[in-house]
Design a binder for this molecule. Structure first.
Ligand SMILES: [Fe+2]
Length: 285
């Protein structure tokens, strides 16, 4: 793949570790298929890059660092991306109050998705301690969603926002995010080499960080398959996985992704239980 995520040459000690990883990969290949769980299966095809010296904090364990338009982002298996240079946490497609939206239309599903999503977001914020949070659109499932937040959910969200620069990027589900919660509402956010928006634009878009498509990747290996939500990323753009509890996924080979990655060359940064796995699109099905 030509879209190697980083141009940095790691120290020799790191390269030895990586070579050691290849050796253990061969050992894993020799293990019987029934010994493989989903994470082991993804690890067989993963092109991991060692953690650079700069990032020695425990928080970086299990992450994948990927450069978009030469800006390093840390992808986390919780489904968020951390932008170290800006101390910013990026999260897409929270779809808060999706459960209550379905209930209003007669589809009764447990109405706990908002609390579940906010608890997970609280975990990510606690882990990364960001100065900024940028929600990449479809944060609320519909225009009345914020009014349906329970008092507990509203209090939890306000507590998460307190003391942080918070940006609500507009999405197709929430073209007018609520202003009473605070935070800045924007159509898109341009900063340095990056442009953050909800829906990816067709064709080349250097530095675009988007959501909306809820990417999922499927890996088949040795007669088994694993399907996980993922970051779809090249050197020039990244599409984040959906974060909301009730949000589904769309195959990275769905026609909605057509034209976003030249010749369908990209990496799926697949979310394992405790590790993000970098899988070449050529290895996906
Ligand atoms: Fe959307």
């Amino acid at each position: 793949m030509s879209d190697s995520p980083l141009s940095v040459r790691w120290p020799r000690s790191h390269r030895r570790k990586q070579e050691g990883g290849k050796s253990s990969k061969r050992k894993q290949d020799a293990s019987p298929p029934d010994k493989l769980d989903d994470d082991a299966l993804m690890a067989l095809s993963a092109k991991q890059f060692p953690t650079p010296d700069l990032f020695t904090a425990a928080a970086y364990a299990g992450t994948c660092i990927h450069a978009v338009n030469n800006v390093e982002l840390v992808t986390d298996c919780q489904g968020v991306a951390y932008w170290p240079a800006e101390e910013a946490l990026l999260v897409a497609d929270l779809h808060l109050e999706k459960g209550s939206s379905f209930a209003r239309r007669g589809q009764l599903i447990p109405p706990y998705d908002t609390i579940t999503t906010l608890r997970r977001l609280a975990g990510s914020i606690d882990k990364w301690q960001p100065r900024k949070v940028i929600a990449l659109g479809d944060s609320f499932h519909d225009s009345a969603a914020s009014a349906r937040l329970t008092p507990d959910a509203r209090a939890m969200l306000i507590a998460l926002m307190k003391g942080r620069e918070w940006t609500w990027i507009k999405g197709n589900h929430d073209p007018d995010p609520p202003v009473d919660l605070g935070g800045e509402v924007m159509h898109e956010l341009r900063h340095g080499n990056l442009v953050l928006r909800h829906e990816p634009k067709a064709g080349p878009a250097a530095g675009e960080i988007a959501g909306h498509l809820h990417p999922k990747a499927r890996l088949v290996r040795r007669g088994r398959h694993v399907r996980r939500s993922c970051f779809a990323a090249s050197r020039s753009r990244m599409i984040l996985p959906s974060f909301g509890a009730y949000t589904g996924g769309l195959s990275v080979f769905h026609r909605a992704f057509d034209g976003l990655f030249e010749e369908r060359r990209f990496h799926a940064l697949m979310r394992g239980d405790n590790q993000v796995y970098r899988i070449s699109s050529a290895d996906l099905s």
